[in-house]
Write a new protein. Structure first.
Length: 402
């Protein structure tokens, strides 16, 4: 059993209410389970495949899910980068290995399943790209129409391609993501579409399974630190919520230090942490090569700040150059292909090591959130084009460095 609870004033709502913000105070809602009466055991989980639905007792869906077999992503040990940083316990959870190439699929399998259970007949989101790609695919799987709003000219090619091919109505607005989110929120409330941005409490329930899988992949122990790129701050909040539930159930005995990484040109959460502000000051003109996290007014900031502060974590920003350098390092030194926003998490670790914030004996798990192929244009801009040669062996031999 669960209900919706306001994260600010603790007002409660029935789970079947179509509501995204508290009617009393306007803050966000979260699904809260009655953990004492929940019939859940690690043995049951361990008998199921590593995937989002392994953890179904801690998810809101009661009927059969809309699934594309999401989750179960690899947890890689970063040996070469770890060695360079003097960090032997450095890991990357590669969420780019989900069905549409990002962690959003964990949220959408739950969110679109709930849309169906709640009797909603269409879904919508605003997106910097990955949310739209994922929602379009899950709406297609559910057989319901989907509307997505994108900031014009600021979404990576692969993500737009996915949203279009999966059959969403794709609208580009002349404005940034933050404005697109306001617009789609209004549209959903006035016209009865189901909103699947991270203001949706059920979507974030799916995303918390990243943390569950990390614990299972590390043999049942929590890492010392979890590092996530932060845009709308939904994912870091979701992972924190899930790990708190595991702690309350006694499945793990401590919380990792939740650590958020933003881009230099879009760092409202970092400012709030550094200056110890009670609330976040939005960035009106966010800008970064990591377009996925080009977000100035993260709607989940309240939860994310609490997650960072209560676990003794931190937040840091990285420059576009640092992001791209780490994208290349992950690709060339580890064989791991991620998009720029995802490389931000590991770039943040490099910076926190240099600053002496991360101890070298810590076990650190970075969530790398999206696949390299999401943003081919940013990749091609960083690399020399292939050498084109005449089709004979002599030309080949003179072109190669052997
Ligand atoms: C690769 O798709 O917001 O802090 O609209 O695509 O939970 O927002 C994407 C976000 C990190 C940040 N990495 O997560 C969207 C969108 C990648 C992302 C984030 C996003 P949140």
């Amino acid at each position: 059993m669960y209900r919706l609870v306001c994260v600010h004033c603790a007002a409660t709502y029935a789970p079947e209410e179509i509501i995204y913000t508290c009617a009393r105070c306007g803050h966000l809602l979260a699904a809260e389970y009655d953990l004492e009466t929940l019939d859940v055991s690690r043995e049951t989980w361990n008998r199921r495949p590593l995937a989002v639905w392994r953890y179904r007792e801690l998810l809101p869906v009661r009927g059969g899910p809309v699934t594309l077999q999401e989750g179960g992503t690899p947890l890689y040990r970063l040996t070469r980068i770890g060695e360079e940083l003097g960090l032997s316990g450095l890991y990357a959870k590669h969420e780019g290995m989900n069905p549409t190439g990002s962690f959003k699929d964990r949220g959408m399998t739950v969110g679109v399943s709930m849309a169906r259970e709640l009797g909603m007949r269409s879904v919508a989101c605003a997106s910097t790209g990955n949310t739209s790609a994922s929602l379009a695919a899950y709406a297609a799987a559910a057989g319901i129409p989907c509307v997505v709003l994108l900031p014009a000219g600021k979404v990576a090619l692969g993500k737009v391609a996915q949203a279009l091919m999966h059959g969403a109505q794709v609208i580009s607005i002349r404005g940034n993501f933050d404005r697109a989110l306001e617009m789609v929120h209004e549209l959903c409330v006035s016209h009865g579409l189901y909103l699947l941005n991270s203001v949706n409490p059920y979507r974030l329930e799916g995303q918390k399974t990243i943390g569950f899988e990390v614990i299972d992949q590390l043999g049942g122990e929590a890492p010392d630190r979890m590092v996530l790129p932060v845009g709308n701050a939904g994912n870091i909040s979701a992972v924190h919520k899930g790990l708190r539930e595991l702690t309350a159930l006694g499945f793990v005995d401590r919380m990792p230090m939740m650590t958020g990484v933003q881009a230099e040109g879009s760092r409202p959460v970092v400012n709030a942490v550094e200056q110890n502000l009670p609330e976040l000051i939005p960035e009106p003109n966010p800008e970064t090569v990591a377009t996925a996290i080009r977000i100035g007014a993260p709607v989940n900031a309240e939860k994310a700040l609490a997650a960072i502060r209560t676990t003794g974590g931190t937040a840091i920003s990285v420059t576009d150059d640092e992001i791209l350098a780490m994208q290349r390092d992950l690709a060339r030194k580890e064989g791991i292909g991620v998009e720029p926003a995802s490389a931000a998490s590991v770039a943040g670790v490099r910076k926190l090591i240099d600053a002496g914030v991360i101890d070298r004996d810590e076990q650190v798990v970075c969530v790398v959130t999206g696949h390299l192929l999401k943003d081919p244009e940013t990749v091609v801009r960083q690399c020399k084009p292939p050498l084109e040669i005449d089709a004979d062996l002599q030309s080949l031999l003179s072109a190669l460095r052997l």
